[in-house]
Structures are given as C-alpha cells and as structure tokens.
Write a protein that binds this ligand. Structure first.
Ligand code: PNW
Length: 451
C-alpha cells in the first residue's frame, strides 16, 4: 500500500523527554518558568527529569533501531545552545546533539531535526518573546549555529513545530507557556513566528542544510450543522487554525483581510521571506474539530485540553460525538487524516511540495501488566486505521512520503503532565524503565513487512 521508499519514523521533543534542565550550561526556557507556577500543569508536574533522555539517549536510540524506523524526529533545545537566546554558544549543548546525531547515524537512523518545539529561552520571553519581531531574527541566528554544526550529517530539517499550538495556547488562551491570554492580541505572534520560520529556512540553507520543511498541526474543520451561522463560524475557525498558518507559507498571503488587519505594521514586506519555498510540508494530525455559531454549546468545552477560550468569540468548538475517544478525550477519526491531506492537495495544487505526516498518535493511560507487557490494542488499532486512511489519500494521488508516530516514548505531555501516554514504549517515571508496548511490536512487523 505504501511506496518502498516511504519513510517510517518516530518523533519526540526536547522538553518532553530530556530532563537534565540544569545540566551542562542549559539556560532557562519558558516551560521551566511555566511549570514552576502552581496550577499550570496537572499535579504541578514538570519536565525536570522527564524520560531522562539526556543521559539515556543511547538506550533510546537502540529502541528506535529495534523498531526498524528509518528516521527519528527530535527537537533541539534552544536554551542548551544559547542559554540567553542570543550571543554566546554553549559548546556542551551543541555537543549533546552532535553525539545524538552520531549515535543515530551509527544505528542506520536518519536524524530529522526540529529547531523549535516550544522551549523559548526565557531571556527572550522577558523581552517580549514571539510578540517581538526581534525574536524572529534571534531564531535565525540560532538556526545558523545549529545548521553549521550539523549540516553534514542531518538530512531533514524543520524550523518550527506547530505554530498554531504555541501561538494560540501560549499567547491567546494561555494554557501553555508563556501563559498569556491575549485573545486576538496574539496575532503578531503568528506573524513573527512565520517570519522566524522563513528567516531560519534561509539561514539553514546558507549553512549548507538541505531538505527543509515544517511540522504544522492541521485539523479538518466541520460545521455543526448546515445552517448559515454554523457554516460561517466553522469557516472562521478553519481560517484561524489552518489557513492563517499554511497560506502565508505556501501562497505568500494571509487568508482574510481581517487577519492581515491584526498583523504588525509592514507585514506585507515580510511575505516573500515567509513564503521561502520549502522542500516538503509536514502535517501533524490528531483529530477534526466540530464548530458551531457562538452560544450553541452553552459552555461545553472543546476537545483541546480544556482550553479556556476568551469570551465573545465568533465561533464555538463543540465536542465531537459518535466516535471513540482516547483516554485523553480526543476523538479517533482516521478518515480525518485522508481528508486533511486531500484538502491540502485541493487547496494548494502545484504550490504544495511533497507531504510528510510529521506526527500522528494517541494517548491511553497504559500500565505494565503482571506478564510484564503493555497490551495497548487500542493504539495498534489507531495506527492501523490511520495508515489505511493515509493509503487512500495516496491512492487518490496525494504525494505523501512518510509517517512519524507521536511518540516513541511516553513523555511529559505539556499541561496534561505524565498521565497522558502517547508512546510505543512505556516509561515508568519512577525507575525510568522502558517497556515496549504491543504497539511497538506491531510497528516493528509493519515496517519490516513494507520493505
Ligand atoms: C502536539 N490540539 O501538540 C505536539 O507537537 C506534541 O508536542 C504533543 O505532545 C502532541 O501533539 C500531543 O498533544 C498538540 O489541541 C497539542 O489539537 C494540542 C493539539 C494538537 C497538538
């Protein structure tokens, strides 16, 4: 069903797995600050130790090798490279990723590097963070540093992970770091993040890096009914979570004059940089979203980690009914993957480069059984159904080159802490014991059979 050279990968992010937050000169990130504020994260958990991957990376690379994956997508912690977000480079931080990359290559695994998976240096946040245009330029400097060191060994790059999540959750709703609830006041963050993406893409290329894309979260947006009000609300929401991010990159324009109006003055001059051509486009897919006109839900929350949305919005996300849900409460809708890939092809046509699914996965509250195994049949069913769905999109003509499972390891699931387990490998956070789940062995067989 998949081409022989289809890329099978697994993904992680620095703050979610590394731990060692004070080691080897790492600076403070906005997530270190955020988790220290009581009430921000479930049970006030933190990423201080997480999977202790900083010390156990060899063991983790060995697991990925056993899985048979072609590629491993991980992120680099900016505060390890530049503790203050600018200026001096921390050699020990760069050395860690150097060792990790060499370990992966020795195991026959392609490193796929994300430069920013949400852990902004706190020093930059103190100067405005992504609300400040400065941050985009500092991000490009950081890209130059990392690119120059790893260009010779890293075959796949992405400056940003999910600008929609860190801009909206971080600066509009405030339930992720840095915890600002600015509503539509967060629009400049979007522009500066996209500008940073374009500048970093250019910086990476100048440093000799090739094969650059983005990992962008996208969701099919469904209207709650055929009524004009619901359809209009869904269209607005679709614009805000999908096209406000993808259009500037792929078409060089914002999707709506109302959005352009909220952007910093002079935004027009940045569109050429933002739309710097990419070699591929990565879609992270989790679930569709159902949207109604305001008031329809009477305070019912969306499925988005209990996001507290500001008052007076022109739409209301509803809980999707009629589908199974994971233990995280997220709906399982495999066909949404086919739908979002197809929608991208129809919307962008020739402007869309080859696509990768840079994340797909589900959280269940897995435990290790008396037999020493983790029987996560629901996760196996999840991935099997999503692969079937993706293969339909490919059969219909979509150019999709790879699929990355979120995640290889159970890890620190941001505001939801350690309860939510997305891994193919169970992690006991007391002992750091890794136990491959049934889904790990299922993937092992599936990858081997695809060769
Ligand atoms: C992604 N939503 O975040 C991130 O890239 C990962 O770091 C994270 O662990 C994973 O998905 C699971 O959450 C998302 O509300 C957070 O739609 C929230 C949403 C989607 C993705």
């Amino acid at each position: 069903m998949f081409p022989k050279d289809f890329m099978w990968g697994v993904a992680t992010a620095a703050y979610q797995i590394e731990g060692a937050v004070k080691e080897d000169g790492r600076g403070t990130s906005i997530w270190d600050t955020f988790v220290a504020e009581p009430g921000r994260v479930r049970n006030n958990e933190t990423g201080e130790v997480a999977c202790d991957h900083y010390h156990r990376y060899r063991e983790d690379v060995e697991l990925i090798r056993q899985l048979g994956a072609d590629a491993y997508r991980f992120s680099i912690a900016w505060p390890r490279i530049q503790p203050a977000g600018r200026g001096d480079v921390n050699a020990k931080g760069l050395d860690f990723y150097d060792r990790l990359v060499d370990e992966l290559l020795a195991a026959g695994i392609k490193p796929a590097v994300t430069l920013f998976h949400w852990d902004l240096p706190q020093a930059l946040e103190d100067e405005g963070g992504w609300l400040s245009r400065e941050t985009a330029y500092r991000f490009a400097d950081y890209a130059t540093i990392v690119g120059s060191r790893l260009a010779d060994r890293v075959p796949m790059w992405m400056p940003l992970n999910e600008p929609v999540v860190f801009s909206m959750f971080g600066y509009a709703t405030g339930h992720h770091a840095p915890g600002k609830s600015l509503g539509f006041g967060a629009l400049p963050v979007v522009h500066h993040a996209l500008l940073g993406h374009g500048l970093a893409t250019q910086a990476l290329r100048a440093a000799g890096c090739d094969n650059i894309g983005i990992a962008s979260n996208h969701a099919p947006t469904w209207a709650a009914s055929e009524s004009d009000a619901d359809r209009e609300a869904a269209e607005t929401y679709d614009t805000l979570i999908n096209w406000m991010y993808a259009d500037p990159i792929l078409r060089g324009s914002y999707p709506d004059p109302l959005i352009s109006a909220g952007m910093p003055e002079g935004w027009e001059d940045d569109m050429a940089t933002i739309s710097t051509p990419l070699d591929w486009f990565g879609i992270n897919y989790y679930q569709p979203v159902l949207v109604a006109a305001p008031g329809a839900a009477q305070g019912k929350a969306s499925a988005m980690e209990g996001a507290r949305l500001p008052e007076g919005l022109p739409f209301e996300p509803l809980e999707l009914t009629g589908y199974p849900v994971t233990d995280f409460g997220w709906s399982v809708v495999p066909d949404g993957l086919r739908e979002i890939v197809t929608t991208f092809h129809e919307r962008y046509g020739q402007l869309l480069p080859p696509v990768y699914i840079t994340e797909s996965g589900c959280s269940y509250h897995d435990t290790v059984g008396e037999d020493g195994a983790v029987h996560d049949a629901a996760r196996v069913a999840y991935h099997e159904a999503h692969l079937n769905s993706l293969s339909q999109a490919i059969a219909a003509g979509a150019d999709v080159r790879g699929y990355f499972v979120w995640s290889i390891l159970d890890n620190f699931e941001w505001a939801a802490g350690y309860q939510e387990r997305f891994g193919l490998v169970h992690v006991d956070f007391e002992t750091q014991t890794r136990t491959p789940k049934d889904s790990f062995y299922w993937w092992q067989g599936t990858i081997a059979a695809s060769r």
